[in-house]
Ligand binder design. Structure first.
Ligand SMILES: *Cc1c(COP(=O)(O)O)cnc(C)c1O
Length: 364
């Protein structure tokens, strides 16, 4: 028998969105739509695809460990210094580096509950203790989080827009929160969905990084840039924090094709505009349709919506699967009566609404 430490056994398995291929294999259906993982509904940027095709001929070489071109392009785009940027194999990789570099057994990590599962996974993997602070009226409760920070706290995670609620932390609230924390405790501001934000009252991690505050911004090419399958993310932080993460970073963590595609995606302003237009129109459409079905739906600043269904959301989820529509059940997030749907292309959104209408009518 394998001897596995208790803190590893305490890690809850990550629950990914159901892949289309798996659903179709299981139920013998075709033409399903996946609206479960907040992916870009337009596919990858055509410029990124071109760059990828060109890059694969150099695949016998190791990638640039420093990610020079991509880091420089990001620095120019974001108005930061390259020394303030760390690249990751997805932003998940940066979350992992933070835990590896900063946590020891028994340390505490404060995070909202529910939140992105990776925060808890990396915390437990390091033998540290997740201190989970429930949302208050489906908003991150920063006052309650600040109250849970102790001398043992080594890291704080927050996420804005928040997954799965879509809610935003407001800048003045975050400022007050940071003022209450000791400067040696980094606050990780996970901004995976920041490109989709329409409300100007939200924070921007760059403001804090430029001011030398202990904030680490996390961003990704997985959502607005359409490269989830390629795995590229990045962290924005004080150069000293970056230097610490580089000590534990796998030297070739971002693959050569991924670096090339991300550089090209960053230049593809047209694709980003199309994406934002599609997603914003889709959010407005879905919000109106869910309301007209009489379902409570949260306002969202991201590319997904959380809504409530009558009765058991798991049953609605299953019935939607039968109709070839994959959404995300939120029972494991503590919301057994809610579902999360990612915004798709117009025809995918209509397909989801029609299937949902059918399912609700059948169960009424
Ligand atoms: C999708 C998502 C990410 C992005 O993860 P990658 O590893 O960059 O694909 C990070 N945080 C949250 C909250 C997310 O929903």
């Amino acid at each position: 028998m394998l001897k596995v430490p208790d803190h590893i056994l305490s890690i809850p398995p990550y629950v990914p969105g159901k892949p289309v291929e798996e659903l179709e294999r299981e139920r013998g259906i075709r033409d399903s739509v996946k609206l479960a993982s907040n992916e870009n509904p337009l596919g990858p940027s055509p410029r990124a695809l071109d760059a990828l095709r060109r890059a694969i001929t150099g695949m016998h070489r190791y990638p640039d460990s420093a990610g020079f071109e991509l880091t420089r392009a990001l620095a120019v785009r974001l108005g930061l210094d390259p020394a303030q940027i760390v690249l990751g194999n997805g932003s998940d990789d940066i979350i992992g580096m933070l835990a590896t570099a900063l946590l020891q057994p028994g340390d505490e990590v404060v995070m909202p509950q529910p939140s992105f599962q990776m925060y808890e996974i990396v915390t437990r993997a390091a033998g540290a203790v997740p201190v989970m602070v429930p949302l208050r009226e489906l908003q991150t409760d920063l006052a309650a989080m600040a109250a849970r920070v102790t001398a043992r706290t080594r890291l704080v995670f927050v996420n804005t827009p928040h997954n799965p609620t879509g809610s935003l932390i407001l800048k003045p609230e975050l400022d007050r929160f940071l003022d209450r924390l000791p400067p040696e405790v980094p606050v990780v501001l996970d901004e995976a969905y920041i490109e989709f934000v329409r409300d100007p009252a939200g924070p921007d991690s760059r403001d804090y990084v430029r001011a030398g505050r202990p904030v680490v911004g996390l961003r990704t090419f997985s959502k607005a840039y359409g490269l989830a399958g390629l795995r590229v993310g990045y962290g924005l932080m004080h150069p000293q924090t970056a230097a610490v993460l580089h000590r534990v970073r796998q030297p070739f963590n971002v693959s050569l094709p991924a670096q090339a595609a991300a550089c090209a995606a960053l230049e593809d302003a047209e694709f980003l505009e199309d994406t934002l237009r599609t997603v914003h129109a889709g959010v407005d459409y879905l919000q109106a349709e869910l309301a007209s079905l009489g379902l409570e739906c949260r306002p969202t600043q991201a590319n997904f919506l959380m809504f409530r269904v009558p009765g058991d959301a798991r049953a609605v989820y299953e019935a939607l699967l039968d109709r070839g529509v994959i959404v995300r059940p939120l029972g494991s997030y503590g919301y057994p009566d809610r579902l999360r749907v990612s915004v798709g292309r117009a025809e995918e959104n209509r397909r989801f609404v029609a299937a949902l209408e059918e399912v609700l009518r059948a169960s009424a």
